[in-house]
Ligand binder design. Structure first.
Ligand code: ATR
Length: 472
């Protein structure tokens, strides 16, 4: 009797892989599953086998043989060595035209390298960024696939079907060749760092103004009904309300004040530095986590450094709260502008031809940075030929309106000794990019003075060098 072949396969039955495989099965795909250690595959079958059609294999050869051709295989294993190991095992088992998708959090340069290797074996390689965590993988993540158009024709429909849907549109689109998808996912995470840093600064200021955790939770819940409507603002309210089961205190007050990170924020900044794209709001967020996790530095500085104690006496708490809301929104817009600029420039540099409007569109749901703002950003990029998001008609108008509040918040914070690196560096970027002249003419003068690096003039073409009085 003819045995049923699977439509798609997933390798790696840990949290993300099993959730994604179940998502596929729920959507009606016969799903082949495999894990290096069979126990995890068995667990999926035992606990979820009735949710759809799974074809489980103990051996990778059987897994490959259980798939319809061209085979479509999604790798969901530990990024790095795990991904390379699985690719190496698959290559000799596959046939021309088969498609390998890497759904892990891979660094885009690794994806570029792997794509070459897989292509040379006559196969397709798709580097697919997936955001949304465990729930997203199970119920519909935001998906950012990069690879050949041909591979997308075969794989795209499945990815679009299992992705989140925003008003009927899939949160998945073809991003570009080789590393484009993982690059976009990387920047998504960088923006996520910035978003969380801004929320943290708003929290610090509200707390300094005397609000209780409950009151702050109410403020974030209210913000979530307006312009700031987003997943991260929504869950901030819930985190602030959470009571610690062990002590009965607010959980946020018993969590150690040191932020962890897995590296995607750092990659975003490293890549921006290489491309020469300024993403200072994002880098401040990465460095803020680094400072939080530098206990020795903080301990020494705490006992050595003088300054205001970070408390605020605010007369009109309601007005101050609204100022913070506007500072948060404006800073958020700057971080998105920087991240999308990094994507736009990388697209040019790597020949990816990335459609920035489409990227914003697939972030509207499923992913961690999903926000009402992204619908507007997507429309603005689609309607205008933007160099920067900040020049988009509806965005620049709102920034013009909100900037007084933004400046007040930064001024108040700095005067009181409350660190707001995200808010202040976003504001500095806003002022830098709109300034007719920065301080670079002096920098060039200095460089020419000490190193004869030459400078350009405003009134003549060419490179000039001055014989400075200090020259011998
Ligand atoms: P999560 O989805 O929970 O974040 P992860 O830590 O990213 O998971 O990846 C864990 C998965 O990668 C597991 O399925 C693991 O297989 P085992 O269950 O056998 O440990 C898989 N994995 C890690 N390294 C691997 C390798 N070298 N070859 C094959 N699979 C590997």
């Amino acid at each position: 009797p003819a045995t049923q072949l699977a439509d798609v396969g997933v390798i790696g039955m840990a949290v993300m892989g099993s959730s994604l495989a179940r998502n596929m099965a729920h959507k009606g795909y016969a799903t082949a599953i495999f894990n290096r250690t069979f126990a995890k595959t068995q667990e999926v079958i035992d606990n979820h086998g009735s949710e759809g059609t799974f074809i489980a294999s103990e051996k990778i050869e059987d897994f490959v043989a259980s798939l319809e051709r061209p085979r479509r295989i999604v790798i969901m294993v530990q990024a790095g060595k795990g991904t390379d190991a699985v690719i190496d095992q698959l290559i000799p088992l596959l046939e021309a035209g088969d498609i390998i998708v890497d759904g892990g959090n891979s660094f885009y340069e690794d994806t570029i390298r792997r794509e070459v290797k897989v292509r040379e074996a006559g196969l397709h390689f798709v580097g697919c960024g997936i955001s949304g965590g465990e729930v997203g993988a199970l119920e519909g993540p935001s998906m950012m696939p990069g690879g050949t158009r041909e591979a997308y024709e075969s794989m795209g429909p499945i990815l679009e079907k299992i992705s989140a849907q925003y008003e009927g549109e899939p949160c998945c689109t073809y991003i570009g060749t080789d590393g484009a998808g993982h690059f976009v996912k990387m920047v998504h995470n960088g923006i996520e760092y910035a978003d969380m840093q801004f929320i943290g600064e708003a929290y610090t200021l509200l707390k300094a103004a005397g609000l209780s955790n409950e009151q702050m939770a109410d403020v974030f819940a209210e913000w979530n009904t307006g312009d700031l409507d987003s997943y991260l603002i929504e869950i901030t309210s819930e985190v602030l309300r959470q009571v610690d089961a062990r002590t009965g205190k607010a959980l946020v007050d018993v969590i150690v004040d040191a932020a962890g990170m897995k590296g995607t924020g750092t990659w975003t900044v490293q890549s921006a530095l290489k491309l020469g794209v300024p993403v200072n709001a994002i880098s401040e967020a990465v460095f803020a986590r680094a400072i939080s996790s530098s206990p020795e530095l903080r301990e020494h500085a705490q006992s050595a450094l003088e300054g205001p104690d970070g408390s605020l006496s605010v007369d009109d708490v309601k007005a101050f709260t609204d100022d913070i809301r506007q500072a948060l929104w404006a800073s958020k817009v700057v971080a998105y502008a920087q991240g999308l600029d990094e994507i736009r420039i990388a697209g040019q540099e790597y020949g990816w031809e990335i459609d920035v409007a489409a990227v914003a569109k697939i972030w509207r749901d499923g992913c961690i940075i999903r926000a009402k703002l992204l619908d507007r950003i997507s429309n603005e990029y689609a309607a205008n030929n933007l160099v920067t998001l900040l020049e988009a008609p509806s965005i620049k108008a709102e920034l013009a309106k909100g900037q007084d509040a933004w400046r007040r918040v930064v001024t108040t914070a700095i005067t009181a000794g409350v660190p707001v690196p995200g808010f202040s560096s976003s504001l500095a970027y806003y002022d830098q990019v709109r300034a007719p002249r920065l301080n670079a003419s002096l920098t060039q003068g200095l460089r020419d003075y000490f190193g004869a690096h030459t400078y350009r003039r405003i009134d003549a073409e060419g490179a000039f060098h001055t014989l400075w009085s200090g020259d011998k």
